[in-house]
Design a binder for this molecule. Sequence first.
Ligand code: FES
Length: 84
Amino acid sequence: MAPDDEVCLCFHVTKRKITNFIRVEKVRRAGQLADCYGAGTGCGWCRPYLQQIFAETVRGETAKHDDPSPEHYAELRQRYLDSG
Ligand code: FES
């Protein structure tokens, strides 16, 4: 996922906004990312990705799997929404 790709599609929050927020605000828990333009507080689809970005940024962990393309990410979210 590129820095300017949206991670939270509900509130149009990009990966860059999230990583900058983590660094500037010295975020200690992934749940605090809700204060970054409401990331993760809509449908909830992006929460695992927010946690992954938090772990990568704060703890230097690497992703366990490749990020989906922005198009595939949006498609997966739509399926999540359609499933209720
Ligand atoms: S995509 Fe982030 S809350 Fe819906």
